[in-house]
Design a protein around this ligand. Structure first.
Ligand code: NAD
Ligand code: DAU
Length: 332
């Protein structure tokens, strides 16, 4: 396969590029990325000399450029998105553009070029919050944030392309993902790097919101199984069954960094903050996938990586990041 990986310079996308090149020696990867603040070619240093890997800078909303690159591949995995919930609450425009219009542009070009297998990487956030039990793939979307609404909108566009044009793709809905190369705005990478620097960890609300924690290699493997084995037109949850409250997560990070709980600062809650995410992953498990890295092991590897790769995140936490951090956390 010659796979177009959009958003391949971001967190999960860059891990996925490495995953494919390692696990599938017959495949080639074309990484197509706009290089927003979250895109970083340093994430791909290991593979940039690999003859099966190439990079094209571009915007998935740009029909002309997408049209050109689509003609050179036979498969698509779409990671490209604006992804941070807090940023979507401040300014939703880029989320609507990339997450909805971007998929619309990709679908049009993919249909024209008869792309046989196309995975759109979506999120468990499209379901919204659930008090008890777990969402199944047929449950209706009920997004809370502008980010989640944009991801849900994209999924509906894909469904419309199936019903109107008969063009079928595959969708994955992944849980909260953590691991190496995550931009230090999401809770795990932010708290690990803050703790290493003795900076307060801003815990939203009462710290009792629950997320299901999925190690990035497991997420990549799940997406890959869907790409190769999934039934066209279907959606698949990628869950880990590793639910923790944010307070439990924070304590685990502090323990691994070797810092005390005095670094925790309870701050004003995120507006529309979903209380609990939980998805039923049995449909994907029936295809032979299962998560291999448990919460404690995954957190140990992750905190270890941020400890050993200080230069990577220190460069990101400079410059415009400082302004972002001050604006985001100033009045909390
Ligand atoms: P990320 O923010 O780390 O990376 C996003 C990448 O997309 C960046 O490289 C960025 O430059 C690129 N990009 C943004 N806009 C673009 C555009 N218009 N054209 C081309 N490239 C563009 O994101 P991530 O956390 O790696 O998430 C990847 C995908 O997985 C997203 O679709 C996200 O919704 C989904 N997802 C993420 C998680 C998670 O916990 N991180 C969980 C489930 C699903
Ligand atoms: O569930 C999948 C989703 O997980 C992905 O689709 C998103 O792209 C990804 O960003 C993530 O969304 P969350 O909003 O769940 O992740 P975040 O890391 O921003 O927050 C995780 C939890 O931690 C959430 O309950 C809010 C809380 N939090 C977050 C930050 C950034 C804090 O308490 N303090 C913080 O500073």
């Amino acid at each position: 396969m010659r796979i177009l990986v959009t958003g391949g310079a971001g967190f999960i996308g860059s891990n996925y590029c490495r995953f494919v090149l390692r696990e599938h020696p017959e495949d080639e990867v074309v990484n197509f990325d706009k290089l927003t603040y979250a895109g970083n070619l340093e994430n791909l240093r290991e593979v940039e000399g690999d003859g099966r890997y190439s990079f094209v800078r571009g915007d998935i909303c740009d029909e002309k450029v997408v049209e050109g690159v689509m003609g050179e591949v036979d498969t698509v995995v779409n990671f490209a998105a604006e992804t941070h919930v807090d940023r979507s609450i401040q300014h939703a425009g880029a989320f609507v553009d990339t997450d909805i219009k971007g998929l619309y542009v990709l679908l049009g070009a993919a249909r024209k070029h008869d792309i046989g297998r196309f995975v759109h990487v979506s999120t468990d956030e499209v379901y919204g919050s659930i008090e008890s039990g777990s969402f199944k793939e047929e449950d209706a979307p009920s997004p809370s944030s502008p980010y989640a609404a944009s991801k849900a909108g994209a999924e509906l566009m894909a469904k419309a392309y199936e019903r109107t044009f008969g063009y079928q793709i595959l969708i994955t809905r992944g849980a909260n993902t953590y691991g190496p190369y995550q931009y230090p705005e999401k809770v795990v990478s932010l708290f690990a790097t803050n703790a290493l620097d003795d900076i307060e960890l801003p815990l939203y609300g009462d710290g009792m919101n629950v997320r299901d924690w999925l190690y990035v290699d497991d997420h990549c493997a799940g997406i890959d199984v869907v790409l190769r084995e999934g039934v066209l037109g279907e959606a698949y949850n990628v869950g880990s069954d590793q639910e923790r409250t944010n307070l439990e997560l924070t304590r685990e990070i502090l323990k691994l960094v070797g810092k005390g709980e005095e670094l925790i600062k309870y701050v004003k809650d995120r507006p529309g903050h979903d209380r609990r995410y939980s998805i039923d992953g049995s449909k994907l498990r029936a295809l032979g996938w299962q998560p291999r890295v448990g919460f404690e092991e995954g957190m140990k590897r992750t905190v270890g990586w941020y400890r050993e790769n200080e230069a990577w995140w220190r460069r990101l936490k400079d410059g415009s990041y400082r302004q972002y951090y001050e604006e985001m956390y100033a009045n909390r």
